[in-house]
Design a protein around this ligand. Structure first.
Ligand code: HEC
Ligand code: HEC
Length: 236
């Protein structure tokens, strides 16, 4: 039943329904925040960076933007590519931090409950510059992205086929997993790899060349590449 309602909500969003989805509950969101985030992040007046950066003025701001916080290279790279915090990108990052930012140093496994995330994201919005100016209907007010069905995650990739496909990737990505400006993609758990490629395909990750490449690949091909790169080890 719950699944049905969700599917309807997505269908409506896809049709560009005029109704903005309701925002989550700010008060309930504060509770989620205290429980899940406060150990590492401060928010509100006088907030400072602690283990994580303070979370004031997040909305519509580039990811990794505080020059006085030591972000991971991965988050800095996404910010340089144009990752901006919105309902959709925050929702995705909180849902599964590595889907959006593979090498993030945020030691947090993710919050899978859609309702809790909606409340949390509404709470965070209260601390943005001018919440009243952030359109509620701002694209995909809520979406559990990247959307990947269990069937797709379950595909058993063919590493040999992946090796063949990887010739296209080798122009940019080193086979040894070296990161010389372009990140290494060797030896990842296959699921991380698949989720990252889908995040490009669904344009959650902003890098345009990778978006184009991921859109040309089918689910089987992504699984094959994940299997091939997953079995390589760094320095091979
Ligand atoms: C165990 C500590 C920890 C927990 C728990 C945690 N974070 Fe983080 N968070 C971090 C760290 C460290 C970073 C910097 C990540 C990087 O540089 O890759 C970060 C980064 C972020 C950013 C990016 C900020 C920016 O300036 O671009 C957001 C947004 C964020 N966290 C939100 C949350 C929310 C919301 C929660 C609760 C659901 C949460 N975090 C839980 C440690 C944590
Ligand atoms: C024209 C150069 C180029 C080609 C070809 C290319 N990539 Fe990329 N790839 C990049 C760049 C640049 C990034 C970093 C993008 C970013 O910041 O999101 C990247 C990022 C990635 C990431 C995420 C890495 C991370 O740490 O977040 C994966 C996974 C990936 N590429 C897989 C592939 C695969 C698989 C292929 C071949 C089908 C491929 N790429 C082909 C340039 C390329």
């Amino acid at each position: 039943m719950k699944k049905l309602t969700l599917t309807c909500a997505f269908a409506l969003a896809a049709l560009g329904a005029a109704h903005a989805q309701p925002l989550g509950d700010v008060v309930a969101g504060q509770e989620v925040y205290e429980y899940e985030c406060a150990a590492c992040h401060m928010i509100g007046e006088g907030a400072e960076h602690t283990i994580g950066p303070h979370l004031n003025y997040l909305y519509d701001r580039k990811a990794g933007a505080h020059s006085d916080f030591d972000y991971s290279r991965s988050l800095q790279r996404q910010g340089a590519d144009g990752l901006v915090w919105t309902f959709a990108t925050l929702d995705a990052y909180i849902n599964n931090p590595r889907a959006l930012v593979s090498g993030t140093t945020m030691g947090y496994g993710g919050l899978r409950d859609d309702g809790e995330r909606a409340n949390l994201v509404a709470f965070l919005r209260e601390y943005s510059h001018m919440p009243q100016n952030i359109p509620e209907s701002s694209p995909t007010a809520r979406q559990n992205l990247p959307e990947i069905s269990d069937d797709v995650l379950a595909i058993d990739g063919d590493a040999e086929y992946g090796e063949f496909l990887a010739s296209e990737c080798a122009a940019c990505h080193s086979r040894t997993g070296r990161d010389d400006g372009i990140p290494g993609i060797v030896g990842w758990p296959e699921e991380h790899f698949v989720v990252a490629m889908h995040a490009y395909r669904q344009e959650l990750r902003p890098h345009e060349v990778m978006q184009m490449i991921a859109k040309r690949l089918g689910d089987e091909e992504i699984a094959a590449l994940a299997a091939y790169y997953g079995q390589l080890s760094r320095g091979d």
